[in-house]
Design a protein around this ligand. Structure first.
Ligand code: ATP
Ligand code: MG
Length: 779
């Protein structure tokens, strides 16, 4: 088929942006309206109009999305043409560019990319070295703060020039945050390492400081396309602006209603201001949804209508009405899991469906466990996206650390990870001495080790020998790397370092699984080398492999050819679609999250997240919630999410009574019955309550109204509101304490003057407070 026939399958509104060859343009449209499809066909169209693939840059949300797009384009224009397209995430594309240009920024071209584990570990050690309190300077939080500075292009120098920022950090009891930031940047630089945010920050630096480099890439990327533009952060925005400045052939597509990364610095204004940033912007809107049945489209519209901050958009569909959205209540998260698993089981049987037609989406990774347990019991294969990815596992990270050292021996995180693993008698105090010396001389630890005989660190000769042996070993690997491929080297490393022998000592199933993982890694490397042979101009396979691994999003490892139910957070599900979608944990404080209810804008972001979740469904959506679930190690009562209420009833079908009557323990305990055939239950215990398909409790239904949803807090400061008489406090309340800030009530005990509350504070963890003294406001 030629390009024209593909384009003729688009509707008119879709054709217009596809066929506009030049100039700045923005496509704003609701979910499932074909934005990604337009982007894909537009690239094929540009190529059919004589634009060289080499001059096109497409930025996507995952590398997998880029690969799929490339494959579709290859189907239309041919593989040899499509091969030269630059497509990928911001991080992967600009990591490539930075390697070419690294020397300009004082970096080696073989720089390491630190993942967040590396960054957190480095920050922890800086905090320790500076003798700061790690309960105040929590490494992950500190990294989050540094990350947001970097993404706003606030360098260390800019930070020190900005008293307001310093004051804000001092106010949050972190007056020495700037110092940590400075040390962190220095240590990364010295180790020849960039973290994820550096890939964007340094690209900006490169384009700003070197006009000739900017001109080169402007000339190269004459056509730039960005998918999911609503989730770009400031740093990404500036890169796109700079690169497109000369030719102004920039096409961005997005949906303000799906902006869900504000917490990570995404800036919705990038989409809102696009028209101001370029001249003669063509604005396109797509209104027809092709993905979902009408019920889902209309319900999603109803939800997003509750947001005040939004662009007015029409989304309609010509698709069938489809089944109503099914709402299910269960007693516990365990039962919720069993409902989901048995429904998938039944649907598969009834309609001969494969597993990959189903997705289970949740707000937080912790919710996957109950789902996994239930799916396993039903023998339903599944795959979890996100969480700890393959490359984050300890045994894999250990081998990768050795390989990273081969490429860049200055890589401090890699070195510290394996200098004494497997144990070779280089103890913590030696490593500490090396670190101090490295900081003193402004060198890497490895360089200090190379010169160990010339520096007096008061080490005994045995230790010096061990350090020399380590350096010799790394050098021997480097020699092998020059003549052999990455597979040979990796295999050699696992044996020579003693890693595999170490793991073999552990004969438990976990130990065996670790060895299998290593085998999987080795065959992964072999596949990678094979794949490289097809790519023009591929550089040294090992360094390319390591870069791929460092930038792999979990989605990218999905080959898509195995038939499994997909489990993932809603954030990861962006852009994807599935015939059957379960959105689980539809409960207040979980979704919307308790941490995101302080301001209207936070709540609106949660609502957009729900909009994203629901619009992943093509045919059938399920909303499930539990009346109690284990959170923070405690059983916590919960209420249905306000988001369910926001959908008009006509789009919903309640499988269980909507009313909350769990105060009365049911005689038939669903937990005991597990996966028994629910219809039999119904036959034995007829009930007179209307819509539910099956019920677990046959007690007379007490007429208890659903507890009123808490009023939403506006932008008002959270600590306002009257001091609370302690009698009102119930488990599950979110409270504000003058000193500890926001927290959640886990437990209450004692009476009268002795009444105490156990509260989990966001900052500071779990504390027990005597209510007589504690000044708490219920939020
Ligand atoms: P999201 O906002 O979720 O990223 P999107 O706007 O990018 O969605 P696409 O993923 O491009 O939407 O399209 C949604 C679905 O509709 C896809 O399965 C796509 O193939 C299909 N689709 C899009 N346009 C058409 C069309 N004109 N005819 C038939 N199917 C279409
Ligand atoms: Mg899309």
């Amino acid at each position: 088929m030629d390009i024209r026939s593909y384009i003729s399958q688009l509707n008119e509104a879709q054709q217009a942006p596809t066929l506009q060859k030049d100039g700045p343009m923005i496509v704003i449209a609701g979910a499932g309206s074909g934005k990604t499809r337009v982007l894909t066909l537009r690239i094929a169209y540009l190529m059919s109009q004589g634009v060289d693939a080499f001059n096109i840059l497409a930025l996507t949300f995952t590398n997998k999305a880029a690969k799929e797009m490339k494959k579709r384009i290859a189907d239309i224009v041919g593989n040899s043409e499509a091969k030269n397209l630059w497509m990928g995430t911001f991080h992967s594309i600009f990591a490539k560019i930075l390697r070419f240009e690294a020397d300009k920024l004082g970096y080696p071209s073989n720089f390491t990319i630190y993942d967040s584990q590396d960054s957190v570990r480095l920050i922890s050690s800086i905090i320790k070295e500076k003798q700061l309190d790690k309960d105040v300077y929590k490494p992950k939080q500190v990294l989050g703060r540094i990350s947001s500075y970097k993404n706003s292009l606030i360098t260390v120098k800019a930070y020190y020039n900005n008293p307001e920022l310093q004051e804000a950090d001092a106010m949050s009891k972190k007056p020495r945050l700037g110092e940590i930031y400075e040390a962190y940047v220095e240590r990364c630089f010295k180790a020849g390492a960039m973290d994820f945010d550096d890939l964007l920050l340094r690209t900006n630096e490169l384009l700003n400081r070197f006009p000739d480099v900017l001109a080169k890439y402007q000339d190269r990327f004459r056509y730039i396309l960005v998918d999911e533009y609503q989730d770009t952060n400031h740093s990404q925005y500036l890169i796109v602006r700079a690169l497109s400045d000369r030719f102004q052939n920039i096409c961005v597509v997005g949906d303000d209603a799906q902006s869900i990364y504000a917490f990570r610095g995404a800036n919705i204004n990038n989409i809102l201001n696009f028209q101001k940033d370029y001249e003669n912007v063509q604005m396109y809107r797509l209104e027809q949804n092709y993905r979902s049945s009408r019920n889902i489209v209309e319900a999603a519209n109803a939800i997003i209508d509750n947001n005040k901050t939004k662009l007015d958009k029409v989304v309609w569909t010509a698709n069938d009405e489809g089944p109503k959205i099914k709402v299910h209540r269960s007693l516990t998260d365990g039962e919720e899991g069993r409902f989901v698993a048995s429904t998938i089981f039944e649907q598969k049987m009834q309609h001969q469906l494969t597993n990959n037609k189903f997705a289970i989406l949740y707000r937080t990774n912790a919710q996957s466990r109950a789902m996994e347990d239930a799916l396993r019991k039903r023998d339903i294969p599944y795959r979890i996206y996100g969480g700890l990815s393959f490359y984050q596992r300890k045994e894999i990270k250990d081998i990768l650390a050795y390989l990273r050292l081969v490429i860049n021996p200055k890589d401090e995180e890699a070195l510290i990870r394996v200098i004494n693993y497997p144990a070779r008698g280089i103890g913590d105090s030696t490593v500490e001495k090396l670190t101090v010396a490295a900081n003193h001389y402004g060198r890497s630890i490895y360089e200090v080790m190379e010169n160990i005989d010339r520096i007096d660190l008061k080490l005994n000769s045995g230790t010096k020998n061990k350090l020399n042996d380590f350096v010799t070993m790394v050098k021997s690997f480097q020699v092998i790397n020059e003549s052999q491929d990455a597979f040979f080297l990796a295999d050699h490393v696992t044996k020579k370092t003693g890693l595999i022998q170490e793991l073999k000592k552990d004969a438990t199933p976990e130990g065996i699984a670790r060895i299998e993982n290593i085998e999987q890694l080795l065959s992964g490397i072999r596949d990678f080398i094979e794949g490289q042979k097809e790519v023009d101009g591929a550089r040294g396979a090992l360094s390319e492999f390591l870069e791929d691994v460092a930038l792999a999003t979990d989605m990218d490892n999905d080959t898509g050819d195995d038939d499994r139910v997909a489990l993932m957070t809603i954030h990861l599900a962006k852009g994807l679609e599935f015939p059957h979608v379960f959105i689980v944990g539809m409960e207040e404080d979980l979704f919307p999250s308790a941490m995101s209810m302080n301001t209207r804008s936070e709540l609106e972001e949660e609502r957009r997240l729900f909009y994203v979740a629901l619009t992943r469904a093509e045919h059938q959506a399920y909303l499930t919630y539990a009346q109690s679930r284990y959170r923070w190690g405690k059983l916590v009562d919960s209420e249905p999410s306000r988001f369910i209420e926001e959908i008009t009833d006509k789009y919903l079908e309640y499988l269980t009574p909507a009313e909350s009557n769990y105060k009365y323990k049911p005689m038939i305990n669903a937990d005991i019955f597990g996966d028994v055939d629910k219809s039999k239950l119904r036959l034995n215990k007829p009930t007179n309550t209307a819509p539910p398909k099956w019920v677990t409790d046959n007690e007379p239904k007490p007429d208890i109204p659903i507890r009123k949803l808490k009023p939403m807090n506006s932008n008002a400061p959270v600590s306002s509101g009257p001091a609370m008489p302690d009698t009102k406090l119930v488990i599950g309340n979110v409270v504000m304490h003058e000193r500890f800030g926001k927290g959640k009530v886990l437990n209450l005990e004692g009476v009268g003057a002795d009444k105490k509350a156990e509260i989990h504070f966001e900052v500071g963890g779990i504390k027990k407070l005597l209510l007589r003294f504690a000044k708490l406001d219920i939020l």
